[in-house]
Structures are given as C-alpha cells and as structure tokens.
Design a protein around this ligand. Structure first.
Ligand code: FAD
Length: 418
C-alpha cells in the first residue's frame, strides 16, 4: 500500500518507521527539520558548542516502554538526570525546591513558617488520599481538580504554591486551567509516575548529546528517500479509491491511506469541509494551546537562592496565568558543564534580558479537560475510517511516550505489532 504520514514528530516518525516494514510510506513534514517537538538547538558559547533541547527533554524507565524500546533499537545512549521542582513566589516572599530536605529549606525562614509546614502536611495527605482513591476507583475521581481540592479541604498554600503550579508545569497548562483538570486523569498520571510517593520514583533520563540524536539515528537507519521536509500541505481529500493530498503549490499526490500525525486541530483543518461529523466532533473537542518558548542564559528567571535551583522552576510572579510560566535549568537536566546556565523559559519572555536570549520557539500542547477525555474514548469511531488514521500525543497524556504509543496503535491496525 502507498501510505502518506503527515507530521514528523515522534508520532509520525514511529509510524513511518513501523509501517515501512510492509508498505511504501512517505513522511511529509511542514518544517525544514524532522522531529517536531524533538527540537535540539546548537548554540556556541565561549568557542564551545552545546546541544540544548528546547522541546522534548526528559523520559523515564517506568512509563516510556515504547520510546525506550525505539531508542534501544536505534542504539541511542541515554543519560540519567535529576527531576526536581522549585516554586518562586516573591509576592509571598517564598521559594523552595522539593528535591531534598536541605533544598526545601533553601530559604531558611521556611523552617519557622506555619503555612509552609501546613503545605507539606497537605501534600502528604493528598498523596495518601490520591493513592487510596485510585486503588478504589472511587467516584470522586470524576470531579474536577478544583472541586476535589475544595471537597477534601486542602489549604490554599498547598493548592497555589504546589499542586497547581506542578500540574501546570507538567502539562504546559495555565494555572487558570488546572482547576478544570479531570481528577481521574490527574491522579492516575501522578500515581503512575511515582509523584504520590516520597521515594520509589522512576529514574528520569535525557538523550545524551540532545534529543535530536535519536532523530539522526533514525535517519541513519532508514535513510531519507521517503522523507519530504518543508512540505506545505493545504488539504486532504478522501474518495473511494483512497486519499488525495493537495499541496500549497497547487500539485496533488494520490495515496491509498493517510496517517495524520499532526495535532488534532491541524488534522481537522486539513480535512476542512470534508471532515465527517465524527471527525469534527472528536478532533474538534481536543484543543491545543500555544507555548512561547525562549532559550536564554538569564538566571534571574530561576529562584533567587542558588540552593533552590531545580531542573523545573515555576515562577508564580509572572503576570501570565493562563499558560505555564516555568524555566527549565538545562545544565541540571542535560548535565552540562558550561560557563553559563542555559535556561528554557515558557511564556514569560518579557522578564528575560534581551541580550541573553539565544532563540525563541513556539510549541503547542493539548488542553486537558472533561471534553478532551470524553473525545479520547471515541478514537475508534474515526481511526481507520475513510482511509484515515490519527496519531499524536493528544490521544493519551500529551507526552512523548503518548505520541509513540499512538503510532504503535496505528501500526497495529495495519497488522504490524511492536
Ligand atoms: C515546551 C514543551 C516541553 C515538553 N517536554 C517534554 C518532555 O520533556 N518529555 C515528554 O515526554 N514530553 C514533553 N513534551 C510533550 C511533547 O510535545 C510530546 O512529547 C510529543 O513530542 C508530541 O509529539 P507529536 O508527534 O504528537 O507532535 P509534534 O512533535 O508536535 O509533531 C507534529 C508535527 O506535525 C507537523 N505538521 C503539522 N501540520 C502539518 C502539515 N499540514 N503538513 C506537514 N506537517 C505538519 C508539525 O510541523 C510537527 O512537526 C513537551 C511539550 C512542550 C510544549
């Protein structure tokens, strides 16, 4: 069969890799590089070159089985990393890094602050309760996060200085959006990732030398003859024979099947008026939100106290509330030895000194609410219909493994197991 894959992120790359075992598959990517959110940038500082990840950075040994298998086959090396989380809230003169006992009290006055101890006690209670409710598949899992926190009387400190920023950081979501998160989705993710445990957590890792290394390894393995970069596809039309891809330059190409490995809203836009009612309802219910991402070396975006610097640093002082405002410390995450601290900041560009900016990017992330969850459950109504298949991280939790998993699902529909 001749198959077109639209989109060269992890979902598209893995679909391409798996389907070409038995079919003639062409991968179309709008960007001039392969990888989508796997976007490593080469920068030079003091005559030395560094490969910094600006999109996909980390994965772990518990919840990324497909991705680990894939990079294992490609022979790519990974590097263990630290996953720590800090919060800076200057309005309340508060900062902490939850990594160790010492970093929790990097700001000494936290020891004497009753509200800080209340927050810690609430975190312990939340973790215990969360595990119990997940184990019992309790009906309260159907609540929204905001309702849940209110029902179980969790304090404002734990909510505003820990749980909402942590969720916002994980899902690149806004603080304003977090109270609408479905509790089932939130707690299941926290439980699966060991976030409800004090110890017993997964080992997190990065790709040694930058995430792009696995994309390079894939190209070394499969070649570039069926890869088409910088392809502006304007629409996709289906008929009884198969699929016609229309390009922005007016040309068309015919395929037997199409795999949409772009985001739900992008797939729907490509189908336009030709989308079926189910496609409109299901894809239309899973929205994406843009994130403005800046690579820079301005350490003022990190906590004031160096001991509170974590790999993920949430800044509650930013005026932006509807999108996540955090800074990844890339020297910690990628274990870089450099004369500067490389930072990747989301949605807080005006706070960064312009002379310290190395690059700016935009990456969209799925929005998670009750509508998204309901739509995810209806994937089978559109997948495999009208010669069309849909994959992307949006079918699950929105992470790299989810993109990979959704590609494996599509391959299975073609009888290819992974
Ligand atoms: C800032 C940020 C950091 C993240 N960090 C992590 C992390 O550390 N770990 C993790 O597991 N997840 C992380 N994620 C989640 C990450 O986005 C997903 O893991 C995953 O990479 C998404 O893969 P995808 O294939 O679904 O989409 P994408 O990687 O976005 O790929 C979709 C591709 O489709 C292409 N495309 C769209 N329309 C067309 C068209 N018409 N024609 C041709 N091509 C088209 C796009 O150009 C793009 O390349 C992060 C997300 C964000 C926003």
């Amino acid at each position: 069969m001749r198959i077109a894959v639209i989109g060269g992120g992890i979902s598209g790359m893995l679909s391409w890799y798996l389907l070409q075992q038995e079919h003639q598959v062409t991968l179309f990517e709008a960007n001039d590089y392969l990888g989508g959110h796997t976007a490593t940038v080469e920068v030079e500082v003091a005559g030395q070159s560094y490969a910094i990840d600006t999109g996909f950075i980390v994965f772990n040994d518990w919840t990324y089985p497909v991705f680990n298998k894939f990079i294992g086959e490609l022979g790519v090396e990974k590097l263990d990393t630290e996953m720590s989380f800090s919060v800076k809230n200057l309005k309340q003169n508060l900062e902490y890094n939850g990594n160790t006992f010492a970093s929790l009290f990097a700001q000494k006055r936290n020891i004497l602050r009753p509200s800080f101890w209340r927050m810690l006690a609430d975190i312990v209670r939340f973790n215990k309760l969360g595990k119990q409710l997940v184990a019992a598949d309790h009906p309260d899992l159907d609540l929204k996060l905001g309702e849940f926190l209110q029902k179980y009387k969790f304090g404002k400190g734990m909510r505003d200085n820990y749980l909402l920023p942590m969720g916002a950081a994980i899902w690149s979501a806004g603080l304003t959006e977090m109270p609408s998160f479905p509790v089932r989705f939130f707690l299941r993710f926290f439980n699966n990732h060991g976030l409800l445990n004090l110890a017993d957590r997964p080992q997190w890792a990065v790709i040694k030398g930058g995430s792009k290394r696995y994309v390079d390894a894939l190209l070394n393995k499969v070649g570039t003859h069926n890869l088409r970069l910088s392809q502006q596809i304007s629409s996709v039309v289906r008929n009884e024979q198969g699929v016609i891809i229309h390009f922005a330059n007016g040309t068309t190409e015919q395929f037997d099947k199409v795999v949409f490995a772009c985001h739900s809203d992008q797939a729907l836009a490509l189908l336009g008026n030709n989308a079926t009612t189910d496609e409109q309802t299901i894809l239309g219910a899973i929205a994406y939100q843009q994130n403005e991402v800046v690579l820079h070396t301005d350490t003022r975006l990190l906590p004031q106290r160096r001991a509170a610097w974590a790999s993920w640093n949430y800044n509650l002082d930013a005026t932006e509330r509807s999108r996540a405002t955090l800074t990844y410390n890339m020297n910690i995450l990628q274990r870089l030895q450099a004369p500067v601290t490389f930072c990747v900041t989301l949605n807080n560009s005006t706070a960064i000194a312009t002379d310290k900016i190395l690059g700016s990017y935009r990456y969209a992330h799925p929005v998670y609410n009750m509508m998204t969850m309901a739509a995810q459950l209806k994937r089978n109504l559109i997948n495999g219909q009208n010669h069309s298949y849909f994959c992307g991280a949006y079918w699950y939790n929105g992470f790299h493994e989810d993109g990979a998993r959704s590609a494996v699902d599509v391959a299975a529909m073609f009888g290819i197991q992974y």
